[in-house]
Design a protein around this ligand. Structure first.
Ligand code: SOE
Length: 387
């Protein structure tokens, strides 16, 4: 690697998201021309961090995040732990003057998200950067979708449809992992995957949700206690424990423009593995994005001659498309992990070049308020609830 300014990264947590973030830090400086080189210095975990460090290419491992945050040689703290520790770690890191990248959802409660946002705003006055990890914003097709809406190609937005469908909980033997425990995860499908479609719909349209009406439901209420983890699930024992989060969240939302959106987040969509879909309908056109076909964007031009109208599938792999010029020739396809490199690149650009770090913690707080409003609505006979 060329000799450049270096920014040492400490990653706190080393589960599935730790693997994805490691990939981002490792690859971004090899494909994008960054003004500083992120150095994968230390991965932190209560147990097993040494093996993760070796596997993913971190220089060292540690078990105490507080000690790591106190180190002078650490510039960036990357938080990929379950949501219950986001607030404590992020606030401590920001107060120690470290730039912070935090996985979504920002926190487990609105109060925590407010405290994190206040800490981020105080830190920003001293030039400290903070950013939230909604990686699906950083796919070429979703960024291009945002650009099309901003350029007026859809005209006035009439409606939004967004769903995030997974099925990894349909098996009742899937054990009680942390994502199914309220004290660790905050909420279930709602916060874990619903947060993505809330953020993505707002990112693409530039509109903000102001009220919601919804229902959340837990389909399987008890699961085997976890014995060993693998991927999102693992192996359970004979003893069972209570699932304390939702499995399914369905809601309608109204944006600040007055437009209605419909949302579904579920881990019980049998056969759907990671199917995030956002469709936006407007007076001059429409677009549809499908994560299971992430190199493409469907666009409908309602201003074309009637006999030529129809959804066009655009392969978003031309060098003119966002992020693509630094990768492969047209049509050579990107995957899930590329968004993590884009995230690392955008974060380093924000730190070195002062470009705005988006989504900000304030954006994450707004999403957290949407999540809380959906839960409040569900507890109140699905009444419309202001965010
Ligand atoms: C599990 O539902 C999960 O890994 C989410 O936590 C991620 O945010 C999403 O990108 C994929 O699914």
């Amino acid at each position: 690697m060329p000799d450049k300014n270096r920014l040492s990264v400490a990653m706190i947590g080393h589960g599935f998201m730790g693997a994805a973030h490691s990939q981002g830090w490792r690859v971004a400086p090899r494909f994008f021309d960054l003004d500083a080189l992120p150095v994968m210095q230390v991965v932190v975990g209560r147990t097993g961090a040494e093996a993760s460090a070796e596997k993913w290419g971190w220089q060292e491992s540690a078990s105490d995040w507080r000690e790591v945050i106190a180190r002078d040689d650490i510039d960036i703290v990357d938080i990929v732990t379950p949501g219950d520790s986001h607030a404590e770690i992020a606030i401590a890191a920001l107060e120690a003057g470290k730039h912070v990248l935090c996985e979504k959802p920002l926190a487990n409660t609105v109060a925590e998200a407010e405290a994190m946002t206040a800490a981020a705003e105080r830190a920003a006055e001293k030039g400290v950067v903070s950013m939230l990890g909604h990686t699906y914003r950083r796919l070429p097709a979703t960024t291009f979708a945002r650009d099309l809406v901003a350029a007026g190609r859809l005209g006035d937005i009439h409606q939004v449809r967004a769903s995030y469908l997974q099925d990894w909980l349909t098996d009742p033997e899937t054990p009680l992992v942390w994502r199914l425990q309220k004290e660790l995860a905050g909420s279930g499908a709602l916060g874990d995957i619903g947060a993505h479609i809330i953020d993505l719909s707002q990112f693409i349209t530039g509109m903000r949700l102001t009220s919601v009406a919804g229902t959340v439901e837990t389909i399987i209420r008890e699961r085997p206690l976890l014995e060993s983890t693998s991927g999102l699930g693992g192996t359970g024992g004979t003893e069972k424990g209570a699932v304390t989060v939702d499995d399914v969240a369905l809601f309608t939302g109204r944006y600040d423009s007055g437009v209605l959106g419909i949302f579904e987040a579920t881990r019980f969509a049998t056969g759907r593995k990671n199917a995030l879909r956002v469709e936006v309908s407007g007076s001059k056109g429409a677009l549809a994005f499908d994560l299971e076909d992430l190199n493409s964007l469907e666009f409908y031009d309602a201003t074309a001659d009637p006999e030529m109208q129809g959804f066009t599938k655009i392969l978003v792999t031309e060098p003119q498309h966002p992020y693509i010029a630094n990768w492969w020739p047209a049509g050579h396809m990107l995957g899930y992990e590329h968004a993590f490199s884009h995230q690392a690149k955008d974060f380093i650009d924000a730190v070195t070049g002062g470009t705005p770090a988006a989504p900000s913690f304030a954006d994450g707080l707004q999403v957290q308020r949407v999540l809380a409003a959906v839960e409040a609505s569900s507890a109140n006979a699905s009444a419309w609830t202001t965010i």
